[in-house]
Design a protein around this ligand. Sequence first.
Ligand code: PEP
Ligand code: MG
Length: 919
Amino acid sequence: MKGPGKYVFAFEEGDGKNKMLLGGKGANLCEMTQIGLNVPPGFVITTESCLYYLDSKEHDLPVGLMDEVRSHMSALEQKTGKHFGASDNPLLVSVRSGSAMSMPGMMDTILNLGLNIETLKGLIARTGNERFGWDAYRRFIQLFGKVALGVPDEEFDVEFEAVKQKAGAKQDVALSARDLHEISDRFLDVVERVTGKPFPDDPMEQLEIAVKAVFGSWTGRRAVDYRREFNITPDMANGTAVNVVTMVFGNLGDDCATGVGFTRYPDTGENRLFGEYLVNAQGEDVVAGIRTPKPIDALQEEMPEMYQELLELRNRLESHYREVQDFEFTIENGRFYCLQTRNGKMNAVALVRTSVEMEREGLINKQEALLRIQPALLEQLLFPRLDPSTRATPVARGLPASPGAAVGHAVFDADRAEKQGRDGLRVILVREETKPEDIHGFFASQGILTARGGKTSHAAVVARGMGKPCVAGAEGIHVDVTMRKAFVGDSTISEGDLITIDGTSGDVYIGAVQMIEADFSSELNTLLQWADDVARLKVMANADTPQDADRALKYGAMGIGLCRTERMFNAVDRLPVVVEMIVAETTDARQQALDKLLPIQREDFKGIFKIMAPRPVTIRLLDPPIHEFLPSENQLVEELDQLRHLKDTVMGMNILSDAVRFMYSGQQQPSIDCLIDPRLVEEAVEKKEAMLKKVRALYEVNPMLGHRGVRLGLSFPEIYSMQISAVLEAAAECRKEGFDVQPEIMVPQVCTAQELNRVKSYVDAVHQVVEQKYGVSVNFKFGSMMEVVRACMRAGSLAEEAEFFSFGTNDLTQATFSFSREDAENKFLPMYNERGILQDNPFEVLDIKGVGKLMELAIGWGRETRPGMKVGICGEHGGHPASISFCHAIGLSYVSCSGPRVPVARLAAAHAALLEAQS
Ligand code: PEP
Ligand code: MG
């Protein structure tokens, strides 16, 4: 058993920087106290004690811990002049959890601890407010009963409702002291009935039980789910601290209030105090959404002096923490207390705006402005919003609690939302109000809609943190969870009905409303400009069409790192020509089809080159197996069957038509037209048969490892030559029109230098012809994709021909793991992740140890042959922040990702450079 040590720190002595030991909240309370803010006196029990407690077999507290607690309680008695457990001026405390990482609402808090029938008398005598006393007592019994003794809330709710009904009270505030007394008695009975023991009266015993309960909540389901979802590992937060704080009351009368504040607006980032408060109320009333709070501006009228204190607090917090703060305050009989502060959780819009504005105000520098935003968060800014031109009429309006719009099927409880969301359905969680235990439903939902609660209610805070759209407090909606329906005016929303919510306006719609893409704000542009200034990696986009290229440029792409030409082949107007080219039986016939494709591809490339000029554009020669452009064998067999039936029908109809003409000759004939020429059907049958023959000839057991990429290009050199001509002719034409274009030709699926040499010989031949034909010099680069393990091993030799490499980490991951990229994610990968066999999905997060090692080796060998060689990545990992950081570390020149991820990648590239410089 661990011996005595220092487990408890008074707020005056704890190290405000040591969040691992004191938890975020505890460290802050220490720091707040030490910088002179009016914090109610208290102390912190360390996370080390929590870990000890959780590790010990019998769940023991460390030896000496409770002695330390007792001596700190005596110190609190001295500081406050109150006495713990005394009937005269009793000291009450709150017991709150708080780990190194903020996990809002995930663990437990107990208020009013120290109350029993004796101390209650003292509290009533001291405050002269009997109703307040009983109210505090019943709240304490319920909270302590639930959190520390495991009594279900419903047991208390039944008794509470019964008394409320008996008293004829519509709202809780209408309950009298006598009612609350009766409720307290009933609650004490509930505890005894459910736990088999009387409610503990001894305040020190209460404190010990509460400390253990808070420690235990670290391993509760909510907390565990939260840590898993947000990847909070033990080295980020391990165990929870317990904060024991003197209670101050916001519900002692009309000169009391309680509220929450943000030093800036958490949804827009506007530099103005944001908050909500309730007069004569206790903190949980604001957060739980039980009463609808007032906006903080109203405090200026109602309690002008307190409002001034609030403004002062806001300035002190920001100038000390140099970060937007989310704080709680209580006013007790005209005295202002700050109960807690932490870095405000904001959505991406607010983060970006505050970063840029705080830099301009001199609070932070550019590096800090960049580093305070997690790159992945920027994806939120690319959320769709409702198309303003569609005139849908909202059925209800709530508070715009977390911006962005979402469409989904209404689901009325978190478990079903989780299940249906996992099954791939887009759902919106609709609740009267949400509680921390609903968290798993949030993860699976597109957005959240609640009928009750303010902008700081649980639903609002959590949704904002997750960047999910949320409409809170839509009071026109009545949610009936048991019927799985919601009622809005005359309309009913049943489970499964499509609804749309707009978290930016607060509007709720029945049905799916049209969405449009988000715009870039000027602040985001500024921030990303700063990012580009410090990043070493360039950020390119994967874009296949001029439209994609245009969009990528708006996202700040510095070029195109991958243009997959097959998408151009798939366009409806081209596919018939592509099919003609594939089905061709002779080189001549194939060439005829290719001649038709050449001008089309040339126009595509010209479009992209012009948009991107003078930035580089990497065109990849055809990669997929060509059977992908043909219909499937099954489809063709079915169609042929139908055509053959049709042939008989057509012939039969035509015979009938002749017979009728003969039978009715000279008289008025019933009209039976000759249908069509059966030869047409025959021709169609022939075409389909040829196609079927081709499909069968091209059949491969494993096409992804078969006749594709450069293998295909070498089998049908005319296809690659056509594409190379299209690239170089497009470049020549752009040149002649005055555009500075930088084409790069890239060969897929290369495994040996021989392949590259041969394709290069086609390129050289075409290049010569094009320069002669157009009379301009056309510069270009020639390079290789690195997506085959052997290519990585032979990088040194490939670099003799290749001027650049681009890692195709989708295929390289497939090849390294021998996991099919088509099937693994649906079959066994989730199980691998769940059981911890693999930490991540390697198709999403670059596998640094395996795939990354190959990349590192290949870069080294490639650059030995060709010093300073340009090397990039164009697989999906090119837009994943942690993978980007690795790409930076191994010296890649650029990353390339889909257009909407370009802003994320730009910020991630800056983070990588800044963090490297810091380490
Ligand atoms: C890759 O394999 O990583 C790549 C970019 O190519 P594709 O996804 O088209 O196979
Ligand atoms: Mg590939």
